[in-house]
Each structure stands twice: as C-alpha cells, then as structure tokens.
Ligand binder design. Structure first.
Ligand code: ADP
Ligand code: MG
Length: 442
C-alpha cells in the first residue's frame, strides 16, 4: 500500500475509534501516527509513555474493533512511543514496584480551580514545588467525584517533572493494606517496610479504607513516623475528615491533622460550567457556553456525572450525525434518545437516500458516473461510514461491489464538501435524521 493510503486508512481507524468510545477520546489523538500497518498488525506511535499507558489501559478494545471494522481483516493493535521521543522514555517510565502510572488527564493544567477546591489546589501546588517543607502531611477530604484523586495524580506528576529522580509512591489505601497482608503472608515484612519508608513522597488515596483494620493502622502509623521524621512528604485523601473515619486510632487522627487538612466541596455553578468546557476541550470538542451552562445547571453534584452528561450528548450527536446544539443536548439529557437501541443498516440508509434523490438502487449499484447518480452514491457511502459499523469493503459491497479506496475517496469528498457548503451540510444532517427516525428498531 502507498503511504498516503495507509495514512488515510489510519485516519479512518482513528475516527471510528473515537466514535466507538467517545469517553476515552482525547484531543491529543491527533498526534498519533501509524508506525506500521501490514501483515495483520497495526502499530501506532504515540508522543510519550503516559499516552501509551493511557491507550493500552483504556483504548485497546475500541482501536482493535475499529481497525478490524475499517480494514475488514483481523488486525492486532499495539501502541509504542514515537522513535523521535525515545530519549524521554527513561524519565517517564514507571518502575514496576515503585512509582505510579501516570494518567495524562490528571494534571494541574486540566484542573479547574474555583471556590470549592481553591485551598486543596493551592496546597497541592505548594507541596509539589517544595515537598516536605510546607504542609506535611497534606490531608484532602470530600465526597466522591470531587477531584481528590485528580489532584493527587497532579502532585505526583508535577513533583516528578520538577525533581528528576525523586522517589514517589502513589497507591490506594486498599492497595497498601493488601500489600501489607501479602508481605506478612510471605514473611517479607522487612521488604514491605523498606519499600514504603524510603520514598521521598508517599501518596495514599482513600485512607478511610484503614477503618477497622487495626494491624494495618499500626503499620501505617510506623510508616508515617519514619517518613515524617526524615522530612519526607506525605499526601493523603479520604471521603471524610480524619476524626470522622470510623474506628481510626486517635494517634493517627492526630497525626493526619498535623499539617493541613483541606476540604473539597461540591463545585459551584460557574466551576461546573468551566469543567464541562475543559473536559470537552480535552476530547477535542468545541461546545458553546450555552451548552456547558445547560449541563452545569442540570448536573449539580458529582463531577463524574458532569462528564457522563457530556459523553451522552457527544454519543447522540455522533450517532445521529448532527452538530451539538442546545436542542440536541436537551434531548440527549432528557433521555429521549436512547443510543444503545440504535441499529442502522446500510439498507436503511439506501432507502432514505434513494427516496430523497429519486434514484433507484440499481442506478447506485451500476457503473453510471453522471453527477445525478454519483452524488447520492457517495452520500450513501459517507452516511454508511458514519452511522453504521460496517467496514469500507462491506459498504462498497452494498453499492455495486466497489473497493475500499473508492469508498474512502467518496467519504473524504463528501466530508470536504460538508465543511464548506452549508446547503450540503444541512442536507446531510436532514438525511441522517430521517434515517434514524425511519429506523424501525428505534
Ligand atoms: P474523587 O477522587 O474525589 O472521587 P476524582 O479525582 O476521581 O474524584 O474526579 C472525578 C472526575 O472529575 C475526574 O475525571 C476528574 O478529572 C474530574 N474533576 C474533578 N474535579 C475537577 C476539576 N476541578 N477540574 C477538572 N476536572 C475535575
Ligand atoms: Mg478518588
């Protein structure tokens, strides 16, 4: 295959993967390149190690399905760091035992600051600039979904960027407890202790998990003392204040409050709207303020639900091939459109398009190349590619046995026209609407 052909197929695969899994779509997908596409193997090169980790953890399935749908073959998918950026690798690579898996979403840049989280945010910035010297320990608490884990990640990320070589241990409290139990079972308590007592920054998420676990509390107490006494940074989070964690030893409650205890509250309306904008941008979507304000009004408490609302709207827009308008957002969030039940077939599309242009299926399948036939034919291909999960080959098969490059060419052509011609754009969204409405399984 020619290079341009590989690149076009890859761009299709990327688009399809985005529509298969809008939740995990990110703006930086545009920086992905194809390193190899042959012999049933697709290798994607990524800007750095954290993006490779993100894709392997979250997007393996959607990329695999997409690659198989677009090429019509069984293809394996792997992600690698771009050769050009390999020099950064040792710095970014997490150690198997110590360290943390970086989530590229959870940075300070991607965190929206407002009155509800200002103190927590400022103190996190302070400890990542000068670990062990400002607030020690720093204890963040608040209900679920308010950004505590996000801030903890951001601290680790920032600390690592500033202090090359700093040893950071970040884990959930549950993980800490499990590793402790495992160490006892294996008779390797000394190994466990040296692993946790020799770090520069210890970050433990959800310490309410220590509740009623006496032995783990004792171990944690000693770990805490060892680190604290040698001026190492300790950062903790929980879903409630230290003195509200059920059956937590008094000596731990007291130590947890030695530094700074910062509460994270539910975000205000303005913060929620700004978070929606930020999350949309992160996924490469532009939405109007009117829409982010609508979502912020509708979803008041948990930020995870705000993201969920955005995802629903995006998914509805993708399946109905319509732009994200306020009207669509309202429909999507009112649950009037159920995405899960949509099953559009190529036949549904052909039926609507032939009726609209007053042409016959046999014409679309024929070799005729007059404008009055090629246009509807190409529109069928374009809509089939966007509204169904069929491969380029399958779409070509329904339209007179055309090969995948012809279908790809048609899709690109219509997409180009759609960008510049308002009339065509409206016609396409009109057709998409008719197709979804005509769909009997809807
Ligand atoms: P918690 O640990 O408090 O339960 P998380 O840190 O897991 O909450 O946050 C849930 C989701 O909300 C994450 O996707 C996170 O990025 C997002 N989030 C929370 N607060 C903010 C914020 N202020 N700005 C941007 N995203 C946020
Ligand atoms: Mg959390």
């Amino acid at each position: 295959m020619a290079v341009w052909e590989i690149e076009e197929i890859f761009s299709d695969i990327l688009d399809r993967a985005k529509s298969l899994d809008p939740v995990n779509t990110r703006q930086w997908f545009d920086k992905l390149n194809v390193a190899q596409l042959d012999g049933g193997s697709l290798v994607i090169s990524c800007p750095d190690d954290s993006t490779v980790q993100f894709l392997r953890a979250n997007c393996q399935t959607s990329f695999l399905r997409s690659a198989q749908q677009i090429t019509g073959h069984l293809v394996t998918v792997d992600f690698v760091v771009d050769d050009k950026n390999q020099t950064n690798l040792s710095f970014d690579q997490p150690d198997e035992n110590i360290g943390f898996k970086q989530n590229p979403d959870y940075t300070f840049d991607n965190f929206v600051v407002g009155p509800s989280n200002r103190l927590a945010h400022a103190s996190c910035i302070a400890i990542s600039q000068s670990p062990g010297n400002t607030y020690n320990p720093l204890f963040l608490y608040g209900s679920s979904g308010l950004g505590k884990t996000h801030l903890l990640h951001a601290v680790c990320c920032e600390t690592r960027n500033r202090f090359n070589g700093a040893v950071i241990q970040f884990l959930s409290c549950e993980d800490f407890v499990n590793r402790f139990i495992h160490a006892i079972e294996q008779g390797n308590l000394a190994g466990f202790q040296s692993q946790f007592r020799t770090v520069d920054t210890l970050v433990i998420d959800d310490v309410q998990f220590l509740s009623e676990r006496e032995q783990s509390q004792t171990e944690f107490f000693h770990t805490f003392n060892a680190l604290y006494n040698s001026g190492k940074q300790i950062l903790l989070s929980a879903d409630c204040a230290p003195n509200e964690i059920p059956s937590l030893e008094q000596r731990l409650i007291s130590r947890f409050s030695w530094g700074l205890v910062a509460r994270v509250d539910p975000p205000t309306y303005e913060t929620r709207a700004a978070i929606v904008q930020k999350k949309a941008h992160l996924r490469g979507l532009e939405i109007s303020e009117e829409i982010s304000e609508y979502i912020a009004k509708k979803v008041c408490t948990n930020i995870r639900e705000l993201e969920g609302a955005l995802t629903t709207i995006y998914a509805v827009a993708m399946t109905s091939n319509a732009p994200i308008t306020l009207e669509l957002a309202k429909l999507a969030l009112d649950g009037q459109v159920s995405i899960a039940t949509r099953h559009i077939s190529i036949t549904d599309i052909i039926n609507v398009v032939t009726k609209y242009f007053d042409v016959r299926l046999t014409d679309l399948q024929s070799k005729k190349r007059s404008q009055s036939i090629t246009m509807p034919r190409q529109i069928c291909m374009y809509l089939a590619r966007n509204l169904t999960k069929h491969s380029l080959e399958e779409i070509g098969g329904h339209l007179g046995g055309r090969d995948h490059t012809t279908v790809m060419h048609a899709c690109n052509k219509i997409a180009e026209i759609e960008k510049t011609d308002e009339k065509v754009k409206n016609m396409l969204s009109d057709l998409a609407k008719k197709i979804t409405e005509s769909n009997p399984t809807n």
